[in-house]
Design a protein around this ligand. Sequence first.
Ligand SMILES: *Cc1c(COP(=O)(O)O)cnc(C)c1O
Length: 456
Amino acid sequence: MNNQTIVQRDLSVLWHPCSQMKDYDPRSTDPDALTLIPIKSGQGVWLEDFDGNRYLDAISSWWVNLFGHANPIINQALKAQLETLEHVILGGFTHQAAVELAEKLVEITPDGLNKCFYADNGSSAIEVALKMSFHYWRNLGQTQKTKFITLENSYHGETLGALAVGNVALYKETYAPLLMDVISVPSPDCFFRDADESWEAYSIRRFADMEQTLARHAESVCAVIVEPLVQCAGNMRMYNPVYLQMLRAACDKYQVHLIADEIAVGFGRSGTLFACEQAAISPDFMCLSKGLTGGYLPLSAVMTTDSVYQAFYDDYQNLTAFLHSHSYTGNALGCRAALATIEIFQTQHVLERNRQLALAMAKATERFKEHPHVAEVRQTGMIVAIELVKNKQTREAFPWQQRRGLKVYRYALSRGVLLRPLGNVIYFMPPYVITEQEIQLMADVAWQGIQLAVQD
Ligand SMILES: *Cc1c(COP(=O)(O)O)cnc(C)c1O
C-alpha cells in the first residue's frame, strides 16, 4: 500500500483522455504547460481539491452531471441498491432496476419508442443504433442498405463506428483509414446563416442538401444520424427544430431510419426533456447516455420502435436475433442512479426552474455580444456558447496554435471556475442546481478570461 496522498505521487502512471500528456509534465518549462488537478470531493456545483480550492463545475464534468455532485437523492437510491444487488448478467436474467428504468424511459421519451436496449456508454449506444438499423433492413431482405448519412461537424463518440459517423476532424482524421465510408451532408449550423437570415430560414435552406442526398442515395442508406438542435462537440453549433421536422418527413418518404443522438442534449439540456420534442417528432432510434444517470455511472440506452423490435422477433434457427452484448449491460447501480435522476425531474419542476436559469444565463452573457472578439453568443436551453474570433467583422478565426481558449481555461481555474473551451468557443453547460449568483460568477470570470486571452 502506498500511503502517499494523490498529490505527492507521480501522476503520469495514468494516461488521461483527450489530453496531450506532455502538457501535464511537471518538468515542463512550456508556458502553455498545465497541471492535473486532483479532486478530493464534490458537493453540488462545486469541486474541491486537496488544498481546499473550490471549482465551479460550469461544464457538468463533461456534460454528465445534472443535479450536482453528491446529490442526496441519488446517493440514497444507490446505497439501497448496493445493499440489494450490484450487478447481474443480463443474458437470461433480469432485475428490478433494469425493468423499471426501461418502463420509465418508454414513458418519458417521444411516442412510439416502446423498446429499450442497454449499453454502457454513449459511443456504444451509437454502435448499437447503427448495427440495429443495418440489421433491421437485412432481416427485411434489404441487403443493399449498408450506408449511413451524417451531418458535417457532427460528433457521435470515439469507438470506430461512432467515429465513422462523426465528422470533427480533430478526432477522426488520424483514424480515417480504419473507418467505414459514410455520406456526409452540410450541417444546418446557423453560425453560417446570412446576417439578416433567421435560424429557421437558414435551417430550411440547408435542408435542400439533405433532401437531394436522400433522393440520390436512399436505396443504399440504412439511416440518417443527427444530434438534435446542438452539435455539441462540434463547437456547440446550433440549428432550428424545423430541420428535424423536415428530416423526419423525408426519412419516412425515402424509407430510411432516423437516429437521434440525444446523448448530450437529452434530459433537459435543450430546454425540453428531449430535444426532439421541440420538433414534435419521434425518431426510429434515440440514443441516451451522459445525463441519464445524473453523472454518476456509465450507462446508455437505445430506445426504438415496436416495428424495429418485430423485425428481429423470429425462430432461433433463422439467425435474425440482435447479437450485441456488453458485460455490464443494464448494470443495476447505473439503472438505479438513472431512476433516481428521472424521479428528480418528475418531482421537482426541473424544466420550469431551468427556464429561469436559462434566462439568467442569457442575461449574464448579453454584454459578450458587443465584445470586439466575440462573433456570436448563442443559446439553446441550458447551453450558452461564446465564439471568440480574431476579427469580429470578417469572423476570421484566431490561429489554433495560439490556444486562446486554453488561456481562458487557465485563468478561470485560477478564479475557481472550471470552463473547458472547445478550441476558441467558451461555453457554459452547468448542472441544473446552479444559482443565479453562481451564473453571474461564471460569466464574470469568463469575461475577464476572454479579456486576457485576446490580448496581443
Ligand atoms: C459524448 C457524446 C457521445 C459519446 O458518448 P461517450 O459516453 O463519451 O462514449 C456521443 N454523442 C454525443 C452527441 C456526445 O456528446
